[in-house]
Ligand binder design. Sequence first.
Ligand code: ZN
Ligand code: ZN
Length: 255
Amino acid sequence: MEGRVRQCFWGIAHRCLDFLYPRYCIFCLQNIQTTDSLHICESCRHELLPRDSMSSCQRCGFSKKNDAQPGVSSLMKGTRCSHCWNRKFLFSNTKCLWNFQGLPREWIHKLKYHDGEYLVADLGKILVRNSEWREYLSSAILVPVPLHWRRYWQRDYNQSNLIARAMAKVSGSSVTSLLSRCKFSQSQTELRGHERFRNVQNAFSLNCKAKNIDRNYRIILVDDVMTTGATLQACATVLWENGFKHIDVATLARG
Ligand SMILES: [Zn+2]
Ligand SMILES: [Zn+2]
């Protein structure tokens, strides 16, 4: 009963606030009527629903629809695809919320390059409704991919840290920044394939927060986008070399 009264109170409060300060969708600028999302309208929100996990590779998250080698993908069905069958990734599973295109791509750009810290509240609302995601993120330590201090100074926040915190809130897992970025490297978006792996080689190190952490814990590396997997592999290598053997990955999108 108490819960219903509280729900009713917040419903009225939201309606009053919406009357005084109307909210508009960040994508299509339509007036937002729903309380399910703070910055995205009903129809745009539909395009931000989690993608079907059955249509992607369990190990690297690559969308099987984008698989360029159909013969190989059918052979590798299950845990590996043509993108990762010959890669020695040190993480076992990868879960990505969206494919890196359309509105998800725009959403991530706003988050990263347009002071989009405020958008993370909507991410929590998307994740909390998906039991598959809540289960995947539970019973783990979420480790955001760190930014170099120079990049952090420019942006004022680490988007991976914000994403990890939203993920922790819906799953009950904790966020611990076990890694530091010790090398300032060129942005990965300007590079291709093997250049990306070389660019982030030795870019990360384990920091003092890892000292008392049980090495048997499951670690989930959190980043905004996975493209070749070079950054996540560089992070996983540091964790692996320091005794963590149960490493998974969660990102917002898969390129
Ligand atoms: Zn919209
Ligand atoms: Zn794969």
